[in-house]
Design a protein around this ligand. Structure first.
Ligand SMILES: [Zn+2]
Ligand SMILES: [Zn+2]
Length: 355
């Protein structure tokens, strides 16, 4: 049966622009045919796409662990936009509808998927993670069940922070945080800040945060951290401990020093949650304090079905992750955005591609 997939669509140009990575630290704009949604697919006109720390790892090194980029390649996994066309057989979504895209598609059949932890699925396909192309482009064909409708009053930029915000919510869910818990978060970058917002919404009574970058410490202060310290000053762990026992500490930096500080500042029988993605392949633990305190060490990976909860919390104003957006770039300046984030220049917290 032949049907016109564009019968239900906006006007779609024949070609579109994509910011294609052609080598390490090289991104060029290429003109490509605009994809057409196939059976059971939708075409999304992208409007905002966050630049993530993991994008920057791929941009600089071409790999994270054994996930290796083959050029040409498209990064970008924090997209929001509007439905531009529906392929045959798609119901429940409408042209013009505003959506965020869930970047992770798990297999649904493996052990991890069946026990409700699809973020650990070994077969997961994740936008902008090799070998799956990402979304630094104008249009993207996608599965409708991966499109999450957003309320009218939530901007595209806010919607493009859904994925990192969901990472913070997942980390807090993993913790597990109890009302009134006292926390420390190492790292005041985007993930540290969204973890703080999630932890506040979940009832943390005290949150200490550390970061070597002054602008990031200032942001943590602005967003309501109770104590903000430079970890290089020395004595940060002691100063945090002096305020009272820390029940849970989060590493949101992926640095050895931050992981050490997190495990050292937690009370005996407490919990350390490691969210950061280290640039190196191995990290170590300060084993005797960790062992004597019998800490629970939790690794948090991406997010686990937290997008709906994130949208609900955004809609009620309990979290406002778009406040972390400090810089905006057009598609032709993806590389500039990557370099800015890599060098932590100009007070950058979250940079976003807007189009
Ligand atoms: Zn991300
Ligand atoms: Zn699976």
């Amino acid at each position: 049966m032949t049907t016109n997939p564009l019968a239900n669509s906006m006007t779609i140009p024949a070609t579109m622009r994509a910011a294609v990575m052609t080598g390490l630290r090289r991104v060029e704009i290429q003109e490509k045919p605009t994809p057409r949604p196939g059976l059971g697919e939708v075409l999304v006109r992208l409007r905002a796409i966050g630049i993530c720390g993991s994008d920057v790892h791929y941009y600089l090194d071409g790999r994270i662990g054994d996930a290796v980029v083959e050029f040409p390649y498209l990064l970008g996994h924090e997209p929001a936009g509007e439905i531009a066309a529906l392929g045959d057989g798609v119901t429940g979504l409408a042209v013009g509808q505003r959506v965020a895209l869930e970047p992770a598609k798990s297999c649904g059949a493996c052990h991890a998927c069946r026990i409700g932890r699809p973020n650990c699925c070994p077969h997961v396909r994740f936008l902008g993670t090799p070998p799956i192309d990402g979304t630094f482009e104008e249009y993207h064909c996608y599965a409708p069940e991966q499109c999450v409708p957003i309320p009218d009053h939530v901007s595209f930029e806010a919607a493009a922070t859904l994925e990192p915000m969901a990472v913070g919510i997942h980390a807090v869910n993993m913790a597990p945080l109890k009302l009134g818990d006292r926390l420390a978060i190492m790292g005041c970058g985007p993930i540290g800040l969204v973890t703080m917002m999630a932890a506040r919404a979940a009832g943390a009574s005290f949150i200490a945060m550390t970061d070597p970058i002054p602008e990031r410490r200032a942001a943590a202060q602005r967003f309501g951290a109770d104590l903000v310290l430079d970890p290089r000053d020395g004595g940060a762990v002691e100063r945090i401990a002096a305020t009272g026992p820390i029940d849970i500490a989060f590493d949101a930096a992926g640095e050895q020093a931050a992981i050490d500080d997190a495990t050292l500042c937690v009370r005996p029988a407490g919990t350390a949650v490691i969210i950061g993605i280290p640039a190196v392949d191995r990290i170590s633990l300060w084993v005797h304090p960790v062992r004597r305190k019998e800490l629970t060490i939790i690794m948090a990976r991406r997010s686990n079905q937290a997008l709906d909860a994130t949208i609900r919390l955004m809609a009620t104003g309990q979290i406002a992750p778009e406040k972390i957006v400090t810089h905006r770039f057009p598609l032709e300046r993806v590389a500039e955005g990557m370099e800015l984030v890599h060098q932590y220049r100009d007070g950058v917290i979250k940079a976003m591609i807007v189009l």
